[in-house]
Design a protein around this ligand. Sequence first.
Ligand SMILES: *Cc1c(COP(=O)(O)O)cnc(C)c1O
Length: 384
Amino acid sequence: MDKRHQDIISFIRNLYQTTEFIPLHEPKFFGNEKAYVIDCIDSTFVSSVGKYVDRFEQEMAKYTGARYAVATVNGTAALHIALKLAGVNQDDEVITQSLSFVATCNAISYCGAKPVFVDVDRATLGMSPDSLHFFLSTNTIQASGGCINKTTGRKISAVVPMHTFGLPCRVDEIANICEEFGITLIEDTAESLGSYYKGKHTGTIGKLAAFSFNGNKTITTGGGGMIITDDETLAKRAKHITTTAKQPHPYEFIHDEIGYNYRLPNINAALGCAQMESLPRLLESKRSIAREYAKFFSASKNIAFISEPAQSEPNHWLNALILEDKQARDVFLKELNEAGVMSRPIWRLMNELPMFKACQASDLTNAKWLEERVVNIPSSARIQ
Ligand SMILES: *Cc1c(COP(=O)(O)O)cnc(C)c1O
């Protein structure tokens, strides 16, 4: 084995004080999780209504600084509804980054819309405002219907940047570009709970944002998601259509449009309430791990640790490295995984997947460069 890899494995084993398998990110339940779940069971309110759903929503609004929060069954459902409420319709286009998790593009597809791909920044791994601006200024015209893609004749109805691994992207510049071209900004904050950009929580810059509480995220509800927004009308609509579009009535079924059964069960929200209480401790532990990694890798000539982008306070959800090239990456992945220390490559580019191959894409030099080199290393909080 490569001596440098041996040193890295020893360092990570020492960091987590274990000789056993080290996963990439495991959930931590050290607070009121059990008590709240048992309370749900004892009360019989385990399903679609209950006090924990309301409480979880209120706590997410308070924590992020958004006016409203609406819980959903998962992050993909939150993205789907956020896009729909932003006015993404059949045959529209939505600009997103090619280097992302597939859920963003899936949600765009559920609206009958097509993703269009722009590049990312090397420092943030998130959408590049320069790439976005270049694409919009060379490929679109302003018409009465909005911003129209000259090549396809379709309306571009939303831009969805993603805060990769919790590293905030340059979302204020992206917001200004969206304003200039008359396009709605939606933030995919699935990975960035606890991440701040220029003092604001990620997700509060766009019109709407979507969080995920999947098992591998910073906090988990088993499965779950959340839409946040400052717009009261959109928040009410989000609640309505994620709960089968049923009008409030003591016993009658009156549904006034096609709704979705996207609500978060109370038993999952109970986990969420307990996890929110633990969030500051989780973030503190994750920050200390990131610091130790940064220090360790600062001595490395061939491996770069991805550090905090300018003017941001990331949640350090998943720590990431940039290796020399694809071949070095493949050896790294093989040797760490064989030694029981989990490591994973970043996602394949979305425009290379069969279902999105035909979608329009701008120059993706950075995305391609990163795709071949970036790996994640174990990042769970160190709390027993
Ligand atoms: C996890 C994730 C989602 C979707 O979340 P689910 O809760 O798994 O549906 C969406 N976008 C990104 C970038 C994610 O990492």
